[in-house]
Design a protein around this ligand. Structure first.
Ligand code: PHE
Length: 338
């Protein structure tokens, strides 16, 4: 009986191929699948079969019925001009493609760079793999000087001296001045690397925006005014506080704090109850560094600053965890459509 059912399926599918209109399809369907059709006739013999065969026939019969039903529907559709996709409604809204956008760090860097270019700054970049000469020596940080320990460095050679991942963008100060003469105003956005244990506010890989200005009669007030304009451009009407600090390539060196965005100076957990947030390091370019740039410290002076970009992005958007920024997690990134 199995072969008879299979035969019926094959001959019906074959017959369908040769039909010319929907009425003929209807007629064939009734002839085969109708209540008194051929399939029903075959199945009416099931009770005469040995019990072991019955179940198998039942399954086969329902498969064949399904196959043929689809074939009849398809054939009818062909003649009526629609097809079996008649459930498709072309007026439904489509699935919107997701649209790419800038990463919040990139967007911040672009906006900041634009601020400085309107002040007349050029934009430069430099290599992420640096030599110790540029990352340290020329910046007045000699070998074996304890100040090298201020930066936890990834060295790329086993001797741990010559080649490294740059720990800051300051080496580009020197590289830029190899091909430019004062007056020089330049900002340098870029990726830097530090061998640190990561936590919510430290990552091994982050971005800095370096600034360098060299001109006649530049004073620390020029530096302070520039930074204040930048912070207020970025965060609105914040207050700024200057503290003395130490970086070997500037003298004097300063660290710049900004009034806390969250509590406006009253004290909260973000500013550790101080009312102030540490924002960046800066200072007047050290005479030794000016000489390394082949700039005469008697004629020219300069200032430099290094902005930690992720820190600023976190404050700007209220992001509690720096590592989210490099996670590539779409659920996080999609919140920053600019
Ligand atoms: N390069 C310093 C750092 O990595 C920041 C800095 C830049 C400080 C320029 C002073 C002047 O922390």
């Amino acid at each position: 009986m199995t072969s008879e059912i299979e035969q019926l399926q094959a001959s019906t599918l074959d017959a369908l191929q040769h039909l010319q209109d929907a009425a003929a399809v209807d007629a064939l369907e009734i002839n085969i699948l109708g209540r008194k059709g051929k399939l029903a006739a075959l199945l009416s013999r099931i009770p005469t079969l040995p019990p072991a065969e019955r179940a198998g026939i039942g399954t086969l019969a329902s498969e064949v019925k399904q196959t043929l039903q689809l074939a009849f529907n398809g054939a009818r559709g062909k003649f009526s001009g629609t097809n079996d996709h008649s459930h498709f409604d072309p007026t439904w809204p489509g699935v919107a493609p997701s649209i790419g956008h800038l990463h919040p760090v990139t967007a911040f860097v672009e906006r900041s760079v634009q601020f400085f270019t309107t002040l007349g700054y050029a934009v430069a970049d430099g290599p992420e793999v640096e030599t110790a000469a540029y990352n340290f020596d020329k910046l007045n940080i000699p070998a074996n000087h304890p100040a090298r320990d201020l930066w936890d460095t990834y060295y790329l050679n086993p001797e741990r001296d010559g080649i490294l991942m740059r720990t800051h963008t300051s080496p580009v100060q020197l590289r830029y001045m190899e091909t430019h003469k004062p007056p020089a105003y330049v900002v340098v956005p870029g990726r830097v690397f530090r061998h640190e244990a990561t936590d919510a506010s430290h990552d091994t890989n982050f971005s800095m925006l370096e600034g360098l200005a060299i001109d006649r009669d530049l004073h620390i007030t020029d530096l302070i005014g520039t930074l204040k304009a930048f912070l207020q451009h970025t965060f609105g009407p914040v207050k700024m506080r200057i503290r003395p600090s130490y970086f070997p390539f500037v003298e004097p060196g300063i660290e710049v704090d900004m009034s806390c965005l969250i509590c406006h100076g009253k004290g909260c957990s973000v500013c550790k109850q101080t009312g102030w947030l540490e924002m960046l390091g800066a200072g007047m370019v050290h005479p030794v560094v000016l000489k390394n740039m082949k700039v005469d410290p008697k004629k020219y002076s300069g200032f430099a600053f290094g902005i930690g970009v992720e820190r600023m992005v976190m404050l700007l958007h209220g992001i509690p965890e720096v590592r989210l920024l490099l996670s590539g997690d779409q659920r996080f990134l999609e919140q920053f459509h600019y």
